[in-house]
Design a protein around this ligand. Structure first.
Ligand SMILES: *[C@@H]1O[C@H](CO)[C@@H](O)[C@H](O)[C@H]1NC(C)=O
Ligand SMILES: *[C@@H]1O[C@H](CO)[C@@H](O)[C@H](O)[C@H]1NC(C)=O
Ligand SMILES: *[C@@H]1O[C@H](CO)[C@@H](O)[C@H](O)[C@H]1NC(C)=O
Ligand SMILES: *[C@@H]1O[C@H](CO)[C@@H](O)[C@H](O)[C@H]1NC(C)=O
Ligand SMILES: [Mg+2]
Length: 258
């Protein structure tokens, strides 16, 4: 089978499963087209591109003027297509790597907004797709429900990586006290097995994600694992040390984690 055929096959199967995150979670004001609207001096498409490319860093909230834009992006087809192409690129790369077959070839996934989607939570009016202040209490309550859906393209990539013989490691900024509910949520959403699930310890709570995740990846490398690929929605998942042979970014215009 040629590479092109496999890619097409992959695209087709992704399309078939791409309805796991509901498109219409709450009604947004009607908006014609999805191009960047210039509202109050902010071009929202340009803002999103700058965020995705890490040109804008340490941003606090989605600009108020872009709440509707980000909402339409996240609930519409473009977000799903952007995730699909990242997953396809990752698969094309992963498939071409010759694995040693000793169980030490791993693929690292972040969880929030990578393996699992918190979109049902962020779509609530009080969270406004990241245009309103983060509320730790209500986010913890949502996490404890354990009902975050999979990001369909990432779940599909996960399944295909497993078939290729990769071991999966999840590294998440979720705290250790969320282990049970996170495991249950992963399984419920289709992630049935993994080599390791690394959660943040209380002792690590003061560390930025880039330091914490670098350190945890370093431990894996020390244990003899080879990080062939690494996928996350934040640049802090993909930068620092022991980042892996290749990194893949899925979109997230709703929040920034350093
Ligand atoms: C496949 O891997 C080989 C060897 O690492 C590399 O030279 C080549 O560019 C890769 N091809 C693709 C399509 O990634
Ligand atoms: C944060 O969420 C909690 C729990 O849902 C709620 O009681 C509280 O009012 C929220 N805080 C703010 C500032 O909105
Ligand atoms: C986690 O699940 C295990 C097995 O179901 C249970 O024994 C344990 O008490 C749970 N821990 C917490 C903190 O909920
Ligand atoms: C990467 O490793 C260097 C050398 O050990 C260390 O000084 C630096 O803090 C590390 N960076 C991160 C982001 O962990
Ligand atoms: Mg994340």
């Amino acid at each position: 089978m040629s590479m092109n055929f496999l890619s097409l096959f992959f695209f087709a199967t992704i399309a078939a499963t791409s309805h796991a995150i509901p498109h219409q979670i709450h009604l947004l004001r009607p908006q014609s087209g999805s191009a960047g609207h210039r509202i109050a001096g902010v071009n929202c498409l340009s803002w999103r591109l700058a965020v995705e490319t890490d040109n804008i860093r340490n941003w606090d909230l989605v600009p108020e003027a872009c709440e509707d834009y980000v909402g339409h992006y996240m609930l519409g087809h473009q977000y799903r297509k952007d995730c699909n192409i990242a997953a396809v690129a990752a698969y094309v790369y992963a498939k071409n790597v010759t694995l040693k077959g000793d169980g030490k070839d791993i693929w690292v996934f972040d969880i929030d907004e990578t393996a699992l989607s918190n979109l049902p939570y962020y779509a609530l009016p009080e969270n406004a797709f990241g245009a309103k202040e983060y509320n730790e209490t209500s986010f913890d309550e949502w996490q404890l429900e354990g009902k975050a859906p999979a990001v369909p393209a990432v779940l599909h990539l996960y399944e295909n990586l497993m078939k290729l013989g990769y071991k999966i490691v999840f590294i998440t900024g979720k705290s250790e006290k969320m282990r049970n509910v996170t495991e249950a949520n992963l399984r419920k959403s289709g992630y049935h097995t993994w080599e390791k699930l690394v959660l943040k310890q209380t002792s690590e709570s003061g560390e930025t994600a880039v330091v914490y995740k670098s350190k945890e990846r370093g431990k894996l490398v020390k244990e003899g694992y080879r990080i062939i690929g690494n996928m996350g929605d934040q640049w802090s998942d993909l930068m620092g040390n022991f980042t892996g042979q290749r990194t893949f970014k899925v979109p997230d215009p709703m929040y920034y984690i350093s």
